[in-house]
Design a protein around this ligand. Structure first.
Ligand code: NDP
Length: 293
């Protein structure tokens, strides 16, 4: 059996088009333009690419995009002052601080300063609490995107046995919360878990968010499982070149699974698309409007 490839790239393009359509309606009916501000501190090359792509896709969706680039020497107080200004700016509905931050800035203080109602990354403790309580809030883009791919692949997830490998605050934990909210039976594995292959073999839904290239082997996968590979790992590809692989050995896993996301082109593109959707929702909530149909 060869698994169906879950085409996250196409799915994300569809979601971005849907967001753009609603943004246009919001503008036309209410004169409201959602605004997203992204702050980048320092010059980490991967973060620069990511922030540039966010800006491009935000503008393509018809939204306002503010990019604030600050030097690596920026002090915490100065960064917090930018956040206070953006919190008070009525034209800005979503605020995102690109992580990681330079070591001299405390990430926790920065995230806690963002207005929870503008926290479109869903990292503020208030939004983390809302997710765990089942209240409306903002869900981080990567796990939100994974859930959309699973829903499109499987429909109702109720009662399914799900395993999330990884317990980070940005992927593993919110992913587990979302699967629980969708009535899955959820197991969270991490670096101290015993017999990971046996845990994997039980999972009808397997989400790998570890950061270890091709760690999950084909014979760990339950036949017919749906596999969501969040990992992004750059490995040597010979001739001085590199290539991206996930946390799952794709060629092996696709012989056993029913559906699997590729890397690249699976989960990755969903993150920004969901961030845009969160920004649209933030603008509508602030204005007390439903999402335009
Ligand atoms: P973290 O490093 O924060 O977390 C990794 C998790 O994997 C930890 O919980 C860790 O366990 C667990 N882990 C490490 N080694 C093992 C092991 N041998 N067996 C079982 N569990 C293990 O990573 P992130 O959650 O931030 O990211 C995970 C991956 O997803 C990365 O490759 C990252 O690049 C990718 N990513 C992709 C995104 C996208 O596509 N848009 C967005 C975000 C991340 P412990 O807690 O015990 O240390």
């Amino acid at each position: 059996m060869s698994a169906a490839t879950i085409d996250g790239k196409a799915f994300a393009a569809g979601l971005r088009a849907e967001v753009a359509r609603r943004v246009a309606l919001l503008k036309e009916r209410h004169g409201l333009v959602p605004g997203l501000a992204v702050i980048l501190v320092g010059d980490d090359p991967a973060s620069q690419v990511y922030v540039r792509n966010k800006g491009i896709q935000t503008r393509e969706a018809g939204m306002r995009s503010d990019e604030i680039r600050l030097p690596a020497t920026t002090g915490e107080a100065e960064l917090l002052a930018h956040l206070h200004r953006l919190n008070a700016d009525p034209a800005i509905h979503g605020i995102l601080v690109q992580l990681p931050l330079p070591a001299h800035i405390e990430e926790r203080a920065v995230i806690a300063t963002i207005d929870p109602d503008k926290d479109v990354d869903g990292f503020h403790p208030v939004n983390v609490g809302r997710l765990s309580l089942g209240q409306p809030g903002f869900v981080p883009g990567t796990p939100k995107g994974c859930m959309k791919l699973l829903a499109a692949t499987l429909g109702d997830l109720s009662g399914r046995e799900a395993l999330v490998i990884g317990r980070s605050n940005i992927v593993g934990k919110p992913m587990a919360q979302l699967l629980l909210a969708a009535n899955c039976t959820v197991t969270i594995a991490h670096s101290r878990s015993r017999d990971l292959p046996a845990l994997c073999r039980r999972a009808e839904i397997l989400v790998a968010a570890v950061g270890r290239p091709e760690m999950v082997r084909g014979d760990w996968i339950r036949p017919g499982a749906s596999v969501i590979d969040v990992g992004v790992n750059r490995i040597a590809a010979g001739g001085g070149k590199t290539r991206l692989v996930g946390d799952v050995a794709f060629a092996e896993a696709r012989e056993v699974a029913a559906a699997i996301t590729p890397v690249p082109g699976g989960v990755g593109p969903m993150t920004i698309a969901c961030l845009l959707e969160n920004t649209l929702e933030a603008a509508c909530r602030k204005a007390g409007l439903p999402l335009p149909e």
